[in-house]
Design a protein around this ligand. Structure first.
Ligand SMILES: [Zn+2]
Length: 262
């Protein structure tokens, strides 16, 4: 029974413990008065002019934005910077901000776990465990129930994520069994995936040289894009918030991937 922002924050902190966030991250309630009501909750991947306009129009009390806002320390709040303009507008419309970010990536029911479930991986473990608890940690690795070709998995992801195109590295007919996943930007986790004998790594985005190195090491990559690798989880989160709390919640309808294809 959530009614105040502080109630919702307690609920979200429980889903996405702040102890799971990476040291460099900025997570939790980042803007707002915790004593105010939280009747209307909007989720989105990133706070932008478009997602904030929707929140104002639809009378959101709080935005749960996966990517932290603000992320860096702020010394001036003026209309001369994008961050300042967004902050001024949030304050003016009394809209709070909560960002789970890397806690959301690593949680027991977080984004990487959702990927593992989507792919029906078995024996799922974190790529980098954070505690003795093997249901939490950075990334996931597991085993498919039978060998599947890279191109079959590419088609599956395109279909699930409603993508027109999807980048990949490797031989399309190559069949794989051991699959790792890291949502968002995580080039530094490729080494971990290799160490744990992953044959395929599904990652949100990848640098060109990461792709070259993976190809040389016979590690296939599927790269659906940062947006597609995370946005679906904000839709799931909105449903979950609505079901488990006494609030109205929705995933932003105006949010778009800034990277376009044709
Ligand atoms: Zn991200």
């Amino acid at each position: 029974m959530t009614q105040s922002i502080s109630d919702l924050v307690r609920y979200l902190d429980n889903l996405f413990p702040r102890s799971l966030a990476e040291g460099w991250d900025n997570t939790g309630l980042l803007v707002g008065d915790a004593n105010r009501r939280a009747d209307n909750v909007m989720t989105c991947l990133t706070l932008t002019g478009a997602t904030l306009r929707e929140a104002v129009r639809e009378h959101a009390n709080i935005i749960v934005t996966h990517h932290p806002f603000p992320f860096h320390a702020v010394k001036q709040i003026t209309n001369e910077t994008v961050t300042g303009r967004l902050l001024l507008e949030l304050v003016e419309h009394q809209i709070a901000i909560y960002s789970p970010h890397t806690s959301h990536d690593s949680a027991a029911n977080g984004i990487n776990q959702q990927w593992a479930e989507l792919l029906k991986l078995t024996n799922v473990r974190p790529l980098i465990p954070q505690t003795d608890d093997e249901t939490i940690g950075t990334g996931r690795i597991g085993t498919l129930t039978e060998p599947v070709s890279i191109i079959t998995i590419v088609h599956f992801i395109k279909n699930k994520m409603r993508l027109d195109t999807c980048q990949y590295v490797g031989t399309p007919t190559n069949k794989v069994l051991r699959v790792a996943v890291t949502c968002g930007a995580a080039d530094e986790l490729v080494e971990q995936a290799k160490k744990q004998n992953a044959e395929l790594l599904i990652m949100g985005e990848a640098r060109f040289h990461t792709c070259l190195e993976a190809e040389a090491d016979n590690l296939s990559l599927i790269i659906p894009g940062h947006y597609a690798s995370e946005r679906f989880a904000l839709e799931y989160l909105a449903e979950r918030i609505k079901m488990e709390n006494k609030v109205n919640a929705w995933a932003s309808k105006d949010e778009r991937n800034p990277i376009r294809t044709r």
